[in-house]
Design a protein around this ligand. Sequence first.
Ligand code: ZN
Length: 236
Amino acid sequence: MTVDAHALLALQVLDSELDQIAGRRKRLPEHAALQAELDALARWTAAGDAQRSSLDAALESIEANEAAGKQLDVKQARLEAQLKTVIAPREAEALMHEIDGVKAKHSALDDVELAAMEQQAIAEAALAELAAAEPAIAAQVAEARAALDEVLAQIAEEEHEVRGRRDAADHALVDSDRALYASTRKRFGAVGFCALDRRSCTGCHVDLSQVEFEQVVADSKTSLAECPHCARTLVI
Ligand SMILES: [Zn+2]
């Protein structure tokens, strides 16, 4: 049985069209645009996490310093009460020295607490700013996603239409032609059958010489003609 080269070329044209559609889908600028918005969202989330950690650490520090400060207050009150009862000057001096030490410790705690309160204020302000930015970031992600979905839907529609024609062309083939087509396409990556554009092979885009052209024309009358440059099947 002779091979229906024109039917195989028709199928090849449709497969190439599908390959182009797939390539176009992959290279859509809308993918990068959505990714940019998702990256911005990720940065926003990370910034929020960092500020929340900073806030938690500040609150923890404030609480710890408050508790330690209260213990020092108790100790100071106890020492001051004790001071009122002692008579010996040396003992009183020792107590006053101890009280001064407690006061110094308290003052150091207060400094740490003040710094923590500043950290708390900074984190709270940053979190408020981040919260205010959330609607805009979410809207940009949604907008980019919708834009991508819209183009993808158009491409899917186009692909569906081409695939319908492709399946019909495939269905019309005899089994041996279908097998030949599949193996040829596989062998050449994507394009196994191609047309001549004047004297140029549309597979490798090399111009055939007069002798090569005549040979291809002669071969195609009796069997499948090969491009002398890329070995793809040339259909005339
Ligand atoms: Zn060629």
